[in-house]
Design a binder for this molecule. Structure first.
Ligand SMILES: Cc1ncc(COP(=O)(O)O)c(C=O)c1O
Length: 443
């Protein structure tokens, strides 16, 4: 590949000024890994190396990189109407996108609120829950339930709900009244493919909270159907169903954080459909715009929207919340073009068709000595390696080594999370697994 053009365009002599997110800045700047081009399921680095994108970048580039349909739609939108306010004003794109989303969302979800990220979607969902209970005269529901090893983004609401120690110990001032369910990782279920048979009873933690705090004080339960960023924890069989049951018995809202699981990752549009359990609110982001333009969303059951909306005086603002860039016209154009691609190319069905092959290929790594566990469902799988005495150190080193060997995998701790784009073919899966095997066998 001729690198002269992309490199020249951004020529700089210093990497110092950019304080990079979720990165070891000193380590990275000593040995940078710059992506200068991306296309399909491949990335190219600044030295000309070709890297297969094993995690759909950050689980967002589901339809592959360089989709001209999205670029063209955004370009056309920017020329037509680059921005217009939307507090008490609107533009057609947001209504079209919400309507299109409601076609693939489960039936009772026909209302969508737009944000700019998954983290904002989580904060929005928290407020939606509060507004809903207040509208019903149940403002005493002040407690939120989340889960150990949960990741719900980085805004203060999400950090408060998070069950990851690194996200909490530096930022100890979080929302009060949050209690955490136990996580669902069980060493006895290691190497089980798909939903583990054991563990549904862990959902009974919620029943204990009901008995300890009173069901009428609990507002909502937030869970990722598959806990993604803490290493792919697939819900045990019956676990989500049991949470739903306890929520129903106590007037508690169930929120699925589908930021990773949404848009075909589990072979259906959303995990709610894949696992047959309906939440009350769903948070979305990532693949919604195929990563091209930042956007998140919160989908609400009709009853949630109607309760909040109808409780306000006529002509009044019902929900005091929104961002300057909620439903940005360019993001809506990107979202509409992305959903068109998903539909036209049957990518959710394609993901379902590839699942068996993908999981089979991942499970072929089981014999490698350093592999501690394999977990996964649909097109997402965690490959956890035995730590080297300092948890996370090996994972960080592996992520770098794999990159120079031609594979991008997002690591969290010592778990690499494989999540190929939904356009991936079997040969791409083979390429990812071959590189992984080559590198893992040298550990
Ligand atoms: C389940 C989940 N929720 C929320 C977020 C936060 O999304 P964002 O990084 O777009 O703010 C993430 C990001 O990885 C996520 O995995």
């Amino acid at each position: 590949m001729n690198l002269a053009e992309p490199l020249q365009k951004f020529a700089t002599n210093s990497l110092e000024e950019h304080w990079m997110p979720f990165s070891g800045n000193r380590d990275f700047k000593a040995d940078p890994r710059l992506v200068v081009k991306s296309e399909g399921v491949y990335l190219w680095d600044h030295k000309g190396g070709k890297i297969i994108d094993g995690s759909s970048s950050l689980f967002n580039v589901a339809a592959g990189h360089g989709r001209s349909e999205i670029a063209d739609a955004v370009h056309a939108q920017m020329l037509q109407n680059d921005y217009s306010p939307h507090f008490q004003l609107g533009h057609p794109g947001s209504f079209a996108l919400a309507a299109k989303l409601s076609q693939i969302l489960p039936e009772p979800f026909n209302h969508v609120f737009f944000t700019n990220s998954g983290s904002e979607a989580i904060d929005t969902a928290l407020k939606m829950v509060m507004a809903y209970h207040r509208a019903r005269g149940e403002s005493q529901r002040i407690r939120f339930v989340s889960r150990e090893r949960a990741y719900h983004g980085v805004n203060m609401g999400g950090v408060s709900l998070s069950g990851m120690v690194k996200n909490r110990e530096t930022f100890p001032v979080t929302m009060p009244n949050i209690v955490l369910l136990r996580h669902t990782f069980d060493p006895e279920s290691r190497f089980e493919r798909g939903q583990p048979e054991r563990g549904a009873e862990l959902a009974n933690d919620l029943q204990r909270f009901v008995e300890t705090y009173g069901g009428t004080t609990i507002a909502a339960v937030f869970v990722e159907p598959v806990a993604g960023s803490t290493g792919t924890l697939v819900p045990p069989r019956g676990y989500l169903e049991r949470l739903r049951e306890i929520c129903d018995a106590n007037g508690i809202l169930l929120v699925f954080d589908e930021v990773i699981t949404g848009f075909g990752r589990l072979g259906k549009p959303f995990a709610a459909q894949a696992y047959g359990v309906m939440p009350d609110i769903m948070t979305l982001a990532k693949a919604l715009t195929n990563g091209a333009i930042p956007m998140g969303a919160v989908a609400a059951r009709d009853e949630v929207y109607e309760t909040v909306t109808n409780a306000a005086p006529e002509n009044a603002i019902e929900f005091f919340h929104g961002y300057t860039y909620s439903a940005h016209p360019a993001a809506c154009a990107a979202g509409l073009a992305t959903l068109d691609i998903f539909e036209r190319e049957g990518l959710f069905e394609k993901a379902a068709a590839l699942t068996d092959y993908f999981l089979g290929a991942v499970w072929s790594l089981k014999d490698i000595e350093c592999v501690y566990d394999l977990r996964g469902d649909g097109l997402i799988a965690g490959v956890e390696v035995q730590h080297d005495g300092v948890p996370g150190r090996r994972g960080q080193e592996l992520q770098k080594r794999l990159f120079w060997e031609g594979l991008h995998v997002k690591f969290t701790g010592d778990t690499g999370i494989l999540a190929p784009a939904l356009i991936a073919e079997r040969a791409h899966v083979d390429e990812m697994i071959d590189i992984l095997r080559r590198v893992l066998t040298t550990l």
